[in-house]
Design a protein around this ligand. Structure first.
Ligand code: NAP
Length: 449
């Protein structure tokens, strides 16, 4: 028997576990997660109104319920109070780290941390009921919001700001977030890219969805779009970019209807500073107009524009964080690896692997994690004979408990699901997420007692 620990129960962790048990009948997998809940960004990143993508949880559930897979929630690996990576390594033949990219890229500009300026991830964590999220009163006194960046996360947060409460009530949005969004007075949302429309990172399906939001106009300025040669002549663009450009062209030719809310898509503006209002909160973002540099990038023009915003969401990508005891490439934000095998000083570290964003960086859609996991699993199983020479000391769960760690079992997670269903009934809604550690752990413990 080959015992493997997978650290992280998001898509990459679940796909890794699935590949392992499918490809080798002697493998047993423990999927560890620092949270008592599984599914990583599918639970805590995919927007609540994207129910179809969320339903992927059913596929991931089947993996975690496989007879040779065991979910161990509430187990932190590395960090203060966590199980050291070296200790975990002793308990298993192999460990696969699928810990994602847990933080945000920084803009590195003056005023970035003014009150009212948040990373998109902070906002996403709040409306996703992540137990570590802060309730930043994001929407208090805000009428205009600026979202910096034009990737799919930017589209998610812009859409959530524009959605009416009636659309959100049937989702699993936590009640406090629903109440705050229902009371929101944000009517002006500007989503701003530093490069041109043909270089935006959002996918066409997500972009198009903005045009379907009730009582919301999507506004683009044809002259601004035309600063991008790829917009004027999209014939040489890859198909995905060409489709984006065509959607934007359609909006450019559609006059606003006077709807209650507007999402303005802006391009060729790079943020240079966040400006404070009289009370020391963010009041505007100063952008510099950019021009294409002919090499896919942009250069500044020395012309500036201030865009009003009482709420700024910086949506410029995720970043991996170092896990104590594992090597880390600070420039790439990933763990150095060769086909998923962790490299320490350029040399393969036996029994240590990575998959997902911590392996290749925060790019791609959920499905991209499947081939990524497959590659890592192929490496691991090719090493199996060597790994099997060093048997770990019995059932790792016994060892974890001896070390004072009592993981949340699958039944604990099922009890959380049950509590969320009951909360939804009491609120006259569908399932509603529990938003804090205490309620999650109380529900999980209920299963154990
Ligand atoms: P992303 O796709 O990498 O987009 C980041 C955006 O930030 C880009 O527009 C980038 O512009 C911009 N940016 C970076 N640094 C900047 C700076 N200093 N100043 C101004 N703009 C800056 O990241 P993401 O939106 O966080 O998404 C991460 C991944 O998750 C992506 O693969 C995405 O597709 C995926 N995702 C998918 C879905 C979905 O399928 N529905 C939903 C959410 C996320 P440049 O291009 O100029 O660098």
């Amino acid at each position: 028997m080959l015992r493997v620990a997978v650290v992280g129960s998001g898509p990459s962790g679940c796909y890794t576990a699935q590949c392992l048990v499918q490809q080798d009948s002697s493998v047993r997998v423990d999927v560890l997660d620092r949270l008592p809940c599984p599914y990583g960004l599918v639970r805590y990143g995919v927007a609540p109104d994207h129910e179809k993508i969320k339903s992927l949880q059913n596929t991931l559930r089947a993996v975690l319920e496989h007879e040779r897979v065991r979910f161990l929630g509430g187990v932190q690996v590395g960090g203060a109070g966590g199980l050291p990576a070296a200790r975990l390594r002793e308990l298993y033949h192999a460990v696969v780290y699928c810990v994602g990219a847990a933080t945000d890229r920084r803009l590195g500009i003056h005023g970035e941390d003014l009150p009212g300026s948040w990373s998109a991830t902070e906002f996403v964590s709040w409306y996703s009921a992540h137990p570590d999220a802060v309730d930043g009163a994001f929407l208090r006194d805000a009428r205009a919001a600026v979202v910096i960046g034009v990737g799919n996360v930017a589209v998610d947060v812009a859409r959530m700001l524009a959605r009416a409460a009636a659309d959100l009530s049937p989702t699993d949005l936590p009640q406090a977030a629903l109440d705050a969004l229902a009371a929101s007075r944000v009517t002006e949302i500007q989503m701003v890219g530093r490069r041109g429309p043909s270089q935006a990172r959002f996918t066409t399906k997500e972009l198009r969805e903005l045009g379907t939001l009730p009582d919301t106009d999507v506004v683009v300025d044809p002259q601004e779009l035309a600063l991008d040669p790829g917009y004027a002549d999209p014939s040489g663009l890859p198909a995905a970019q060409r489709r984006n450009v065509e959607v934007l062209r359609g909006w450019a030719g559609t006059p606003p209807t006077g709807a209650a809310r507007r999402i303005r898509l802006r391009f060729h503006l790079r943020p240079v500073e966040l400006l404070a209002d009289g009370g020391g909160r963010v009041g505007a973002v100063r952008f510099e107009r950019t021009a294409p540099d002919g090499r896919g990038g942009v250069s500044g023009t020395g012309r500036y524009e201030d865009v009003e915003a009482q709420l700024v969401l910086r949506s410029v990508g995720y970043r991996g964080v170092p896990l104590e005891g594992l090597p880390f490439d600070a420039a790439a934000g990933t763990v150095p690896n060769r086909e998923g095998r962790v490299l320490r000083d350029g040399v393969v570290s036996p029994g240590e692997y990575v998959a997902g964003w911590i392996k290749r960086g925060p790019t791609g859609v959920i499905g991209t994690n499947r081939p990524c996991a497959k590659e890592t699993v192929a490496s691991l199983l090719a090493d199996a004979a060597v790994l099997a020479r060093r048997p770990p000391p019995g059932d790792p769960l016994v060892r974890l408990r001896a070390a004072g760690i009592e993981p949340v079992p699958w039944a604990g997670w099922q009890a959380i699901e049950q509590a969320e269903a009951e909360l939804g009934v009491s609120l006259g809604r569908g399932t509603v997420k529990l938003p804090d550690w205490q309620s999650l752990l109380t529900a999980a413990r209920g299963a154990a007692s």
